[in-house]
Write a protein that binds this ligand. Structure first.
Ligand SMILES: Cc1ncc(COP(=O)(O)O)c(C=O)c1O
Length: 366
């Protein structure tokens, strides 16, 4: 796919819509995560579902991550292809084609997977793959996962008996907690989840089944998990970019505030009325599932509505209207599905294109 820019171009020269990474903020975010974990006995397994890009995964590993998580086998394939040696598919993998690919991948890298079902576990074992297997707990998200306590113990017992699979621990991820707006609500949700994790760990210990890792946590809560001491691996993804929805959270110690580093660059393509500008970035350029994109550093301009290829920007009275052809930076409402709309990151430092990184796992949903 043709890239919208080349190295050395200035921001104004980039074709649009384009997905931009501000390298200074991106690098700061990598450092901020490391700094906030100093002194804590916890490892980072950054979530690659956010960026889908081995170039970024390699930088996360260089910044101290043990490896990455993926949600899909095809994402994991892209990461292993890109040189990542330790990947957890933080999800259930069901069906013969996917299990076959997971098995093949496990001969090329250290690979983990989650289970929440005995039949699925038997299929995994029948595939003959050598895998780290995590029992996924439902700690309040009401997505995948077995109930904490005895049901989790029963699955762990079966894994521990397997000849090919290794019981690697528990996955306890609370997605719904990430966007609870107040610090107090998020802390309370993670504390309740922690009680479930501790209960399950105690049962495993009693049954003499070692539980090396408890993995989970996202960008909106990870310090709460870390401070409980019950998790020893975290899976933040959005922290590298941040998005407009995360910006609506309350941020205070112990959680660090990350910077926006991901932008959609758009061009004003029509000025049909004094109170309205139309940009060339609509639904196919920025996801709107978590709200409209924000217009960066332009008070009085509000991205108000998106259709397939158009975005309507409302102009408040008395505010200088953007000219036809002017470029605007938009902060996507939700980073992950926005990234999945692009083939390239245009990486910019101080307004000049420094690199182009391919989003090799774009569309990798198998
Ligand atoms: C299992 C799992 N872990 C980690 C994450 C990362 O969360 P965030 O992007 O909010 O940091 C997600 C995101 O959906 C997830 O599903």
């Amino acid at each position: 796919m043709r890239a919208p820019a080349s190295v050395g171009m200035r921001l104004e020269e980039i074709d649009t819509p384009a997905l931009l990474v501000d390298l200074e903020s991106f690098e700061k975010n990598l450092k901020t995560l490391g700094d906030s974990l100093r002194g804590h006995d916890v490892r980072v397994r950054a979530h690659a579902k956010t960026h889908k890009c081995p170039e970024i995964a390699r930088r996360q590993v260089a910044a101290g991550a043990i490896g990455v998580c993926c949600q899909k086998v095809s994402e994991a394939e892209a990461m292993v292809e890109g040189g990542i040696e330790d990947v957890l598919v933080s999800n259930e993998v069901v069906g013969v084609p996917k299990l076959g690919r997971l098995g093949a991948l496990s001969t090329r890298a250290r690979l983990g997977v989650c289970v929440d079902n005995r039949d699925n576990l038997r299929q995994l074992e029948a595939s003959g793959a050598k895998l780290d297997v995590y029992v996924e707990l439902d700690i309040g998200m009401r997505r995948c996962g077995v109930a904490p306590g005895e049901p989790a113990l029963a699955l762990a017992r079966e894994i521990a008996r397997s000849r090919t699979l290794r019981f690697a621990g528990l996955q306890a991820y609370h997605g719904r907690a990430q966007h609870l707006r107040s610090m107090a609500e998020r802390r309370a949700a993670i504390q309740a989840a922690c009680d479930q994790v501790v209960l399950t760990k105690a049962l495993l210990e009693k049954a003499k089944i070692p539980c090396p890792i408890v993995t989970g946590a996202g960008s909106g809560s990870f310090m709460f998990e870390v401070e409980t001491g019950a998790w020893n691996e975290i899976q933040p993804g959005s922290y590298v970019f941040m998005d407009a929805d995360y910006a609506r959270n309350e941020w205070a110690a112990p959680l660090p505030r990350f910077e926006h580093s991901l932008f959609v660059l758009a061009t004003v393509m029509s000025r049909p009325a004094p109170d309205r500008a139309i940009v060339d970035a609509g639904l196919k350029a920025s996801s709107v599932d978590s709200g409209m994109p924000g217009v960066w550093e332009k008070p009085g301009l509000v991205y108000a509505a998106a259709s397939d290829e158009h975005g309507r920007v409302d102009i408040a009275p008395g505010v200088a209207a953007p000219a036809l052809g002017e470029k605007l930076l938009l902060v996507p409402g939700h980073c992950d599905p926005t990234v999945n709309l692009y083939d390239w990151y245009v990486c910019v430092r101080q307004g000049v294109v420094e690199a182009l990184w391919p989003i090799t796992a774009r569309g990798a949903s198998l």
